[in-house]
Design a protein around this ligand. Structure first.
Ligand SMILES: Cc1cc2nc3c(=O)[nH]c(=O)nc-3n(C[C@H](O)[C@H](O)[C@H](O)COP(=O)(O)O)c2cc1C
Length: 186
């Protein structure tokens, strides 16, 4: 019996980003709570070029090694948590690019958003990405994490948790487990 694999996808890639700090905190919290095996998928490390496949991803006819590797990574995930900032009231370009690369790999799988930003907590970006996720056939959790004023929760190069964030992380984890439903290998 193996725990389902939750991939925590880090959607910001720029130097001096805070996204990895937020993701590392969430991963620690998820590990404490159990129920999932957790893997960080950092788009800065994946480093996909702008979509350069000649065929529509739904054909699965990938030509490039980076696409085949990306497909293999996402195929092993059972559910996803997108750790994403808000840029200009929307999602990041690297996240959209990474989503666009694949198709069947995403379809039918649960996904939740952990957004962060200024006063809005990235909720406009979360709303914007939902339409993309639904279009890909993903099962989008209505329970999410939103972290306002993210810069005020950083100290010594780490994200410092607080009760409301912890509660939201725990609730999102439970929602994703529910969306997965009973597993045949459980
Ligand atoms: C290009 C850019 C656009 C931004 N736009 C928004 C925005 O629309 N709303 C918001 O709350 N914060 C915005 N911010 C501030 C970010 O929330 C903040 O810089 C955060 O640290 C970005 O996440 P990152 O460090 O992981 O890249 C923006 C930041 C950047 C770099």
């Amino acid at each position: 019996m193996s725990a389902p694999l939750l991939q925590v996808i880090v959607a910001s890639t720029r130097p001096r980003r805070v996204g990895r700090m937020v993701a590392d905190y969430i991963v620690e919290r998820l590990a404490e709570q159990g129920g999932f095996a957790v893997e960080v998928v950092d788009l800065a490390e994946v480093a996909l070029p702008l979509l350069d496949e000649p065929y529509h991803p739904r054909l699965g006819r990938y030509e490039h090694a980076h696409t085949k590797a990306w497909s293999a990574t996402i195929s092993r995930g059972d559910a996803y948590l997108l750790v994403m900032p808000e840029y200009n009231h929307s999602f990041t370009a690297p996240l959209k690019n990474a989503l666009d690369y694949l198709n069947a790999e995403w379809r039918g799988k649960p996904v939740a958003v952990a957004s962060y930003g200024g006063i809005s907590g990235g909720t406009r970006a979360a709303a914007a990405i939902t339409e993309v996720l639904v279009t890909l056939g993903m099962v989008v959790s209505s329970v999410a994490v939103a972290i306002p004023s993210v810069q005020s929760h950083l100290a010594d190069g780490r994200f410092v948790g607080y009760p409301q964030a912890d509660h939201a992380i725990d609730a999102t984890r439970s929602a994703l487990l529910s969306l997965l439903g009973p597993r045949s290998d459980a």
